[in-house]
Design a protein around this ligand. Structure first.
Ligand code: CP
Ligand code: NVA
Length: 330
């Protein structure tokens, strides 16, 4: 039987089967081909979506907007300060109001429980554009990118270096387990994913032929890795005071050329972005001044190297978010 995601919300990948995830990756590739060929695809003309952002964004917001416009939809953006949600109106009431006006709702913000509550009450599909726990739309783009580079997914080793308990690392662990890949979290013991999620993913991997490894050894993490992935050391919503501790804990896990050399010969570098690979950002410059480091989770050399596929990943956010919206709204 074919995959049908019509009417479903997209909150976390644990809710989706491997076949459903693969369908979304295939659909993303189809939309990418149409976009590249200049073939119009206004399949959702007449529908309207709303984008709720309680945290800042470049890629996710622009992807939802461009994908919405390409599909022929009306798009409303609500920034962190311009809705009543949370302050004057409960999540449940907000969901019931927006569900009367819109065909789909995107939410970026804090607890996963918020996006789950929105979905439980909206009566229309809700899409998770990043919570403290998960970043599922990023995963469809990332897996499309990996598949474009290697022509396959199952059996590849993907190692995440650094803050392995953040939303991106959690989501990578889930998607790798679902797709039969070997996921490795490489970082200090303090920053490992929650034990319960690790167990859940190991149980999934046992069914798909994948595996989940946790290690504090860079040599072990890099050995044989096809994909080396990292993310910023302090995520949105975390206090600034964490920088000093994270720099101390995570510096040994910076992805540098010497780490890339320990990996598989055809290894690629990935990062969800934004990235602190130089001092050309306000925060990057402040950190350089305060802590004397000019690169953080990845060196500029690796970021700018031919192994780096970060801008393919960024482009693929738009094609994959389009696929998620189309699949759930059609
Ligand atoms: N990768 C990602 O989600 O980027 P933004 O924070 O810019 O949306
Ligand atoms: N872990 C990062 C991801 C940004 C796309 C954050 O939550 O800030």
């Amino acid at each position: 039987m074919g995959v049908n995601l019509s009417g479903r919300s997209f909150l976390k990948l644990l809710d989706f089967s491997p076949a459903e995830i693969e369908y979304l990756i295939d659909l993303s590739a189809d939309f990418k081909r149409l976009k590249r060929a200049g073939v119009p695809h206004r399949h959702l003309e007449g529908k309207n979506i709303v984008l709720l952002f309680e945290k800042t964004s470049t890629r996710t917001r622009c992807s939802f907007e461009v994908a919405g416009f390409d599909l022929g939809m009306g798009v409303t953006y609500l920034d962190p300060a311009s809705s009543q949600m949370g302050n004057k109106e409960s999540i449940e009431d907000t969901a019931r109001v927006l569900g009367r006006m819109y065909d789909g709702i995107e939410y970026r913000g804090f607890d996963q429980a918020i996006v789950e509550e929105l979905a439980a009450n909206a009566g229309v599909p809700v899409w998770n554009g990043l919570t403290t726990e998960f970043h599922p739309t990023q995963m469809i783009a990332d897996m499309l990118t990996v598949r474009e580079k290697f022509g396959r997914l199952a059996g590849l080793k993907l190692t995440f270096f650094g803050d392995a308990r953040n939303n991106v690392a959690n989501s990578l662990m889930v998607v790798c387990a679902k797709l039969g890949m070997d996921f490795c979290a490489c970082g200090p013991v303090e920053n490992m994913p929650a034990a319960e999620l690790v167990e859940t993913c190991r149980a999934i991997a046992a069914q798909t032929g994948g595996s989940v490894t946790l290690t504090d050894s860079v040599d072990e993490g890099a050995a044989g890795a096809n994909v080396l992935y990292t993310d910023i050391w302090v995520s949105m919503g975390e206090p600034e005071e964490l920088w000093a501790e994270r720099i101390r804990l995570l510096s040994p896990y910076q992805v540098s050329s010497s780490v890339m050399e320990k990996a598989a010969a055809d290894a690629i570098f990935m990062h969800c972005l934004p990235s602190f690979h130089d001092t050309r950002t306000t925060i990057g410059a402040e950190i350089a001044e305060k802590f004397g480091i000019s690169e953080m989770e990845v060196t500029d050399e690796v970021f700018e190297s031919s192994r780096s596929v970060v801008f393919d990943e960024a482009e693929n956010r738009m094609h994959s978010i389009k696929a998620v919206m189309y699949a759930t709204l059609k």
